[in-house]
Design a protein around this ligand. Structure first.
Ligand SMILES: *Cc1c(COP(=O)(O)O)cnc(C)c1O
Length: 367
């Protein structure tokens, strides 16, 4: 196959030809078109979260992958006398725990099973008993498994106990309708190469300004200093260090295409249709899912290996790859599974094509 492979992964994702074309012109960091794109993206992202500067929110773009954005927030907003509670039920929650350790932050972890959501009741119980907690961090769409934690309900608990709420919405933002203020989220982090369907290059943090201002002078890292990055963008519209110019130009185009599709609600609908098509087709072939449907999100799904010694994942993966379909290995601690994503420039017809390829490969395996 000569055309681009289709990526059924959690990012980088398949992008449109027009998004890729937006990167064809060399762009200096002081070019008017670039500066304008940064401005448009910063206000556009706030609008996607249903907030604005007028409502007291700010958008900070941070070079690097999504993890750089999460680490920028974690290492900048938790002060020396503060204490972070990490709610973890997968690899991405554990990644925040790792950050807290490396930056020597005061922190506690409450862990949940990988196949269960973080319950607001247990968060409330913990916060009621531990008044020294100042910040709470949680993953929205846990890409490890594909579950959705009940962020709005956890946000209500954080509001009741007056905790600053940090959400890694990396793999869901842009693919799930979200109102940041209504969900009591103070810091929401996502990146350029997930549901907004841009190319890799940067992360962004949507921040409640009154909380962002408290981060002044308390970062543990120069390059990941969230407050300084914001102050730089505000003062001159410029990044402190070399910006991902072409990735920004691609993202500006990706945001236009999101709007053209009908906004986040329309994109959520397409992803859900992809998911439904995938579920039905995989079920017909006898594949079982790792999670119960009640907690499964529509971003990515973990499928258990079939009960057959004929199944070898590496071969399955490369046979699909040869046919132009890229899936994703599993990341579970307790079960053998692989993952298939529904996000990016993929449509139900593409999912059907993937299903046909899986059927052929399974036949080859004699399963
Ligand atoms: C993709 C992702 C990240 C960021 O990963 P990077 O490889 O740094 O881009 C963080 N959290 C979640 C939940 C993700 O899905």
């Amino acid at each position: 196959m000569s055309h681009s492979p289709l990526l059924f992964t959690p990012g980088p994702l398949s992008t449109s030809a027009t998004v890729k074309e937006a990167m064809l012109k060399d762009m200096g960091s002081r070019d008017f078109a670039f500066m304008n794109a940064v401005k448009e993206i910063r206000s556009g992202l706030l609008a996607l979260a249903n907030v604005s500067k007028d409502k007291g929110y700010e958008c900070v773009i941070m070079q690097g992958s999504g993890t750089f954005g999460v680490e920028s927030v974690i290492s900048s907003v938790i002060g020396e006398k503060d204490k972070l509670l990490v709610l973890a039920n997968g690899a991405y929650g554990e990644r925040i725990v790792k950050m807290a350790k490396i930056h020597r932050l005061n922190h506690e972890v409450v862990r949940f099973d990988e196949d269960a959501v973080v319950t607001p009741e247990s968060v409330e119980k913990y916060l009621a008993a531990h008044s020294d907690i100042t910040h709470v961090a949680c993953i929205h769409s846990e890409t490890t498994t594909g579950l959705f934690n009940p962020i709005a309900a956890i946000g209500d608990v954080c509001k009741k106990y007056r905790k600053v709420f940090i959400v890694d919405a990396m793999s869901s933002f842009g693919g799930v309708v979200m109102d940041m203020a209504a969900m009591n989220i103070d810091f929401l982090v996502s990146s350029s190469n997930k549901c907004i369907e841009g190319v890799p290059g940067f992360a962004f943090a949507l921040c409640k300004r009154s909380e962002l201002e408290k981060a002044k002078g308390q970062a543990r890292s120069l390059s990941l200093d969230l407050y300084d990055q914001w102050a730089g963008l505000e003062a001159s519209g410029q990044f402190r260090f070399t910006p991902p110019t072409l990735s920004i130009m691609a993202f500006q185009q990706a945001m236009k295409e999101l709007e053209h599709e009908g906004g986040v609600a329309a994109r959520e609908k397409r992803y859900k249709t992809n998911k439904k098509t995938l579920d039905e087709g995989m079920h017909r072939m006898g594949f079982r899912q790792y999670l119960v449907p009640e907690i499964q999100g529509h971003i990515i799904t973990s499928f258990l290996y079939p009960d057959s010694s004929n199944f070898r994942f590496n071969e399955f993966y490369s046979k699909l790859n040869d046919r132009g379909f890229v899936i994703y290995p599993g990341k579970l601690s307790k079960a053998d599974a692989f993952r298939i994503g529904n996000i990016g420039q993929i449509f139900p017809e593409d999912v059907k094509a993937l299903l046909e390829a899986i059927a052929i490969v399974m036949k080859e395996f004699e399963i």
